[in-house]
Every structure is written in structure tokens, then in C-alpha cells.
Design a protein around this ligand. Structure first.
Ligand code: AP5
Length: 219
């Protein structure tokens, strides 16, 4: 099974993709997480991506498409994936379609989490992450048990550089200009399912579960 999660920065893609992948036995492939891992390892790809990410802009399509192809190949062998953060431009969506053309099955659905700019800006500015295990928290909505420390490994939580207020505005601009238009591309193909991303995390999960129950072959 192959799913795509679309939505603005902070719409909850990562939070929900982790749950969906676990529930459906799929691999969670987050382009942002893969890029951050490349940066942490100091690879050439990571160095190339750094300046775009910290400025709230998109990494060039050719770099992303090659990177995701490698990860999708492994996930396909493991039974499928939930894509989070990819595709993000029309060119990336077309590259994905081309890749899936030669395979026995394509995308089952594209789930779009809808949330206002005001809502996502509040989520992003309050997000904190564990630099060791990657677990995501929110200062108000899902705080750790001990302030500033990861529940899992006790490490001090950090703020992503692109979650600073001055970068959030640019990320939203980039999203509206380059990513939002691909909803129409998927709507035309009959793949788009819009899901309200406003509300508590469990509430949004329940809405996604409901959509997934209606997809062919999903229990
Ligand atoms: P990426 O890491 O993909 O960032 P993003 O799309 O901006 O998404 P986020 O991770 O910020 O948000 P999310 O929707 O996953 O929200 P989350 O669940 O964490 O990309 C980073 C950068 O990498 C890009 O800017 C670009 O430079 C580059 N890049 C990546 N992919 C690319 C591509 N395909 N092409 C080109 N460049 C690419 O939730 C956010 C916060 O809200 C958390 O604190 C969470 O706890 C909280 N929260 C979540 N849901 C709820 C809820 N329902 N109620 C209350 N709080 C909630």
C-alpha cells in the first residue's frame, strides 16, 4: 500500500504518519527527516540541503527525487509506505507518478490535512524535538513529562532551526506557492481525500482512520 500525506508545515503530517504507518504496517518516509539525518551525518546531500532548509525554501527537485527513489525502493520491498513531505512540487508529483507507472500498483490515496496558517504557526513555534531519538513534542499540546527533557531518553529537547518565527513565514509562503497547487493535481486523478487537521491529535487520527477504513483492502 502506498499513501501520501499532504499539508502545510505543522499541519501534523509527521505526527499522523507515524501512527498510520504503525497501524497499517507501512514504512514512514519523511523527506524532512531523511534530509535532517543527512545533515547530521555531514554528507554532501546534507550540506547541499542545509541552506535551503534553514531559509524555509525547497531543496531542488532533482536532489529530492533521487534521494526519495532510493528510500522508496527499500520501502516497496517491505510492503509499502506513507510519504510525508514528498511530493512537494508538481515536478516531484510527476516524477513519483512516472516511477509508479512501471509498477503493479500505484498510490491508494493522497490524504491532505487541512489547517489554517494561524494554527500551524502556533504548532511550529511550540514544537520541540529530541536530537537523539527524533521524538516530537509541543510545549502546550504534547509536553514531555519533565520540562525540556525527552520522555524516552532524557536528552535535552531542541527547537528546529526552521521553527524560528522568522523562518515560519517563509515556509508558509513556499507551501502556498509551490506545494498547495498539487492538491488539484491529485483531485483530478480522484486520489485526494481532505481531512480536517484542526483538533486534538487523537481526534485527527480518528478522522484519518475513518478515511483509511474506506480505502480498498484496508482493515
Ligand atoms: P519537513 O521536515 O518536511 O517540514 P514540513 O513539511 O514543514 O513539516 P513539519 O515537519 O514542520 O510539520 P508536520 O506537518 O510534520 O507537523 P508535526 O506533525 O511535526 O521539511 C523541512 C524542510 O526540508 C523543508 O522546508 C525543505 O527545505 C526541505 N524539504 C523536505 N521535503 C522536501 C521536498 N519534498 N522537496 C524540497 N524540499 C524538501 O506537528 C508540528 C507540531 O504540532 C508538533 O509539535 C506536534 O506535536 C504538534 N501537533 C501535531 N498535530 C497536532 C494537533 N492535532 N493538535 C495539536 N498539536 C499538534
Amino acid at each position: 500500500m502506498r499513501l501520501v500525506l499532504l499539508g502545510a508545515p505543522g499541519a501534523g503530517k509527521g505526527t499522523q504518519a507515524v501512527r498510520l504507518a504503525k497501524q497499517l504496517g507501512l514504512v514512514h518516509l519523511s523527506s524532512g527527516d531523511i534530509l535532517r539525518a543527512e545533515r547530521a551525518e555531514g554528507t554532501e546531500l546534507g550540506k547541499t540541503a542545509e541552506r535551503y532548509m534553514d531559509a524555509g525554501e525547497l531543496v531542488p527537485d532533482d536532489v529530492i527525487v533521487a534521494m526519495m527513489a532510493e528510500h522508496m525502493a527499500k520501502a516497496e520491498a517491505a510492503g509499502g509506505y506513507v510519504l510525508d513531505g514528498f511530493p512537494r512540487t508538481r515536478a516531484q508529483a510527476e516524477a513519483l507518478e512516472q516511477r509508479l507507472c512501471g509498477q503493479s500498483s500505484g498510490l491508494e490515496a493522497v490524504l491532505e490535512l487541512k489547517a489554517s496558517d494561524e494554527l500551524v504557526a502556533g504548532r511550529l513555534s511550540g514544537r520541540r524535538v529530541c536530537p537523539a531519538c527524533g521524538r516530537v513534542y509541543h510545549l502546550r499540546n504534547s509536553p514531555p513529562r519533565e520540562a525540556g527533557r525527552c520522555d524516552q531518553d532524557g536528552r535535552e529537547l531542541v527547537q528546529r532551526p526552521d521553527d524560528r518565527l522568522e523562518v515560519i513565514g517563509q515556509r508558509l509562503k513556499t507551501y502556498h506557492e509551490q506545494t498547495e497547487p498539487i492538491s488539484a493535481y491529485y483531485r483530478e486523478q480522484g486520489l485526494l481525500k481532505e481531512v480536517d487537521g484542526d483538533g486534538e491529535i487523537d481526534c485527527v487520527s480518528a478522522r484519518l482512520d475513518e478515511v483509511c477504513r474506506h480505502l480498498t483492502g484496508v482493515r
